[in-house]
Design a protein around this ligand. Sequence first.
Ligand code: MF3
Ligand code: CO
Ligand code: CO
Length: 276
Amino acid sequence: MITYVDAETKARRTSGVIPLHGEAGFAGMRKAGRLTAEALDLLVDRVEPGVATLELDRLAYEFARDNNAIPATLFYKGYRHSICTSINHVVCHGIPDERPLREGDIVNIDLTLIVDGWYGDSSRMYPVGEITRKAERLIEVTYESFEAGLAAALPGNTTGDIGAAIQKHAEGERTSVVRDFVGHGVGQLFHDEPNILHFGIPGTGPELKPGMIFTIEPMINLGRPHVKILSDGWTAVTRDRTLSAQCEHSIGITETGHEVFTQSPRGLFNPLVARR
Ligand code: MF3
Ligand code: CO
Ligand code: CO
């Protein structure tokens, strides 16, 4: 399993300690999360047949520039774009390119904007024109699975409760949960403790405490959960080439529940709800 924490932050945090953020952190995340969500809202109107993902990348870059934000993925470990665009059987980390989107494609756009040093990380699904019933169902199950995980993100629960809730819903709908990528602590680092697995056993893993800030970002496949990385070193695809979908929010645990920092101002997080 790839864990961002092992890959990136071991050098900085060897203690395995999960940071607890105060009001300043929550305020910082609110601002960064809000701007990220605004950018993802803006892209809703621009995703249509014929548009290249590189054009969407340019729009995200310009939005960041105009709002004094920095796209966290730009020059991150050699990545050269402001967004990841993961189409159809691409699970995550798809690289924007010149190819036009086609009617029926489903695309995940993942954006992290840094505002005043705080990282707002979010992704959503974007249907391109009319999509198949199969694709629509996958998107629906992915959002429902996310919501099940989010509902378990409460103080006193554990990270395993989140993963178990996601897995239970996804597998109950005869879809599968990708194991190789996980949610992560976020804040003034892109990828911090704790890892948030999108599968697991209730009651296991670290206890959730007020002040913890992390992402939940399940990747759900219509077929089997296994992925492979293409020769570009980034693009993760389903081994069986079945469709994959994902959505992601940055959240904070509060005394009574959680706060979602990347909520869509226009209510467009779930594209299917938004279409109705
Ligand atoms: N935003 C992604 C996440 O949810 C990370 C993308 S890293 C990149 O954690 F380099 F691929 F862009
Ligand atoms: Co993330
Ligand atoms: Co992300």
